[in-house]
Design a binder for this molecule. Structure first.
Ligand SMILES: [Ca+2]
Ligand SMILES: [Ca+2]
Ligand SMILES: [Ca+2]
Length: 546
């Protein structure tokens, strides 16, 4: 039967991408045999990463902090904020935090008695109001869960080495990769749009985590200044990001809290992973099948997985590393005078808030650790074997099955995917490596009309921004030009999409139907559309099934 294929409203798609030209056609009996393309022919080979021991890597992913608990406890003062604001387990679930039911069940009686465990489980069957769930509305239960290491990604160490974990008695709480990259199977409890309680499902994106609210909860949120939207004199007090105003070294704790706790600035399910002064939070991505997904970051600036992990440990879970000589050099390379000002402002804020003894993370200046290199952007690297072990663990994590409601519609969507140009960029088969090329900004976002904010030393491109659009903000300062590639976006694995609350790295599109609807306009980011609603529905069905 003859398929009537509506070509993209962007008829320029094939010409723009300059990639494979697909034949549109159809020859009959099996819908599988519709001519088309399975994916782009790309000449860019992904950089292969070494792998260590996956069993050890699981422990690294779940529990390793490399000492960042000193940052979160002594500089950010997160546990103090949890106590000061009486942060309850109900509030923790509302903030999207996940609870490990096995850690809860096996918590020593000294931390949570068996009677309390039973009472808490009973309270979960109620409406969670203080009248019916007193323990779940009591900060002491939060403290007990933290001491039990049951709140996923918030990891407490026996800092004082007395064999007991107790944050009220000198032990410190840090952050691990699992905070944003793990959910649970919700086998014990699920709060819609919030956290859940169950067994860990590592590598699945936490779409509900309100990381901004967690930052605000800390008593000294100002210690996270470089990773927030700033307003810098070196940039003529201009600011780049979702907010019209930026923070400075003189911003009060209340002003910083107001910025991070406003979801318009810091949306639920996102994290700003660049210390560039831009307010550019990105949606938490999937972190399974990392054997397929290089390069890393929306902007594809990092070629090797362990190098990405190292940057997270040495620069994001303890940003004080940017104040070292090597850190300063890297920020200068990225941002010139603005980079210098970020570091200088940060040093002043740390002094004004009595933060001493930093950087906190245990890392060494390895032979390869020259500042600005991908192996050690801030001049240091955490234990390399542990990074390689985590590579192996992340590679081993499998994708969940897609959600199939109407297989015939999904098959029609698959045919559209193969024949209407999607496969000029994406593979149809998500078990194949993602094409490792960067899609240029103009191709993925035809409305890109950037102004030059600053010149930089090649290979770094100038700092560019399209005013009035946030899609390109992540790539203004940090982009793949760091490694001699172009400013643009890397391709994602199209997996676990049925669970996503919104789409694109900036969370800007509310659902798949909208993503594919030409009403977004020909110059919008990712402008690949079907004007026929039935075709859109088929494509959505295909994507949800991946
Ligand atoms: Ca705060
Ligand atoms: Ca940023
Ligand atoms: Ca912009």
């Amino acid at each position: 039967m003859k398929h009537s294929l509506h070509r993209f409203s962007v008829g320029t798609l094939l010409a723009l991408s300059g990639a494979v030209v697909v034949a549109v056609g159809c020859n009959g009996d099996s819908s599988n045999s519709v001519a088309g393309s399975d994916g782009p022919t790309t000449t860019v080979s992904p950089v292969v990463h070494q792998v260590g021991n996956a069993v050890s890597g699981k422990d690294v992913f779940r529990n390793e902090t490399f000492g960042n608990e000193k940052f979160w406890t002594d500089a950010m003062r997160l546990p103090a904020g949890i106590l000061a604001k009486s942060f309850t387990p109900v509030q923790a679930l509302q903030a999207g935090l996940m609870v490990d039911s096995e850690a809860f069940a096996s918590a020593p009686a000294a931390i949570i008695s068996n009677a309390d465990k039973a009472a808490i489980l009973q309270e979960l069957t109620t409406d969670l109001t203080p009248a019916h769930a007193p323990k779940l509305n009591n900060v002491n239960t939060t403290v007990a869960l933290i001491n039990a290491n049951a709140i996923i990604g918030i990891t407490t160490k026996d800092t004082n080495n007395d064999g007991v974990i107790n944050i009220a008695n000198g032990d410190k709480t840090g952050a691990t990769c699992a905070l944003c990259h793990t959910i649970t199977d919700a086998s014990v409890f699920n709060l819609p749009n919030g956290g859940s309680i169950g067994k860990r499902l590592d590598g699945r994106a936490n779409h509900n985590l309100n990381f901004g609210a967690l930052l605000a909860l800390a008593n000294n949120t100002r210690a996270y200044l470089p990773l927030l939207q700033m307003q810098l004199a070196a940039n003529n007090n201009q600011t780049l990001g979702r907010s019209t105003t930026g923070l400075t070294k003189n911003s009060t704790e209340a002003e910083v809290d107001a910025y991070v706790s406003n979801p318009a600035n810091y949306p639920v399910g996102t994290f700003d992973d660049t210390f560039d002064g831009n307010g550019d939070p990105n949606h938490n991505p999937a972190l399974f099948r990392t054997d397929l997904a290089a390069p890393w970051g929306t902007e594809g600036s990092i070629a090797r997985l362990d190098n990405f992990s190292n940057l997270v440990y040495t620069g994001l879970l303890d940003p004080t590393g940017i104040t070292t000589t090597a850190g300063r050099a890297f920020l200068h390379q990225l941002g010139g005078a603005a980079g210098d000002e970020i570091v200088d402002s940060y040093v002043q804020v740390l002094a004004a808030t009595n933060v001493t003894g930093y950087p906190f993370v245990t890392a060494t200046t390895a032979a390869s650790a020259v500042s600005g290199t991908e192996e050690a952007p801030l001049g240091v690297r955490v234990d390399n074997q542990k990074l390689l072990d985590m590579n192996a663990y992340l590679n081993s994590l499998q994708a969940p099955a897609g959600v199939v409601a109407d297989a015939a519609a999904g098959q029609r969507g698959r045919n559209l995917f193969r024949t209407t140009g999607c496969t000029t960029c994406h593979n149809v088969d998500q078990t194949r490596p993602v094409p490792a090329n960067i899609v240029s900004m103009k191709t993925i976002f035809p409305g890109d009309a950037p102004v030059t904010l600053a010149q930089r030393v090649p290979p770094l491109n100038p700092v560019l921004d399209t005013p009035g659009n946030i899609f390109d903000d992540k790539m203004a300062v940090v982009n793949a030009s760091i490694r001699g590639d172009i400013r643009g976006t890397a391709l994602p694995l199209l997996l676990d999409l049925a669970r996503k609350p919104n789409f694109l790295h900036d969370s800007s599109v509310p659902n798949l139907d909208t993503l594919l609807n030409p009403s977004r306009g020909a110059t919008a980011p990712h402008p690949f559309y079907f004007s026929d609603a039935a075709q859109r529905a088929d494509m959505v069905e295909f994507l949800r099934g991946l």
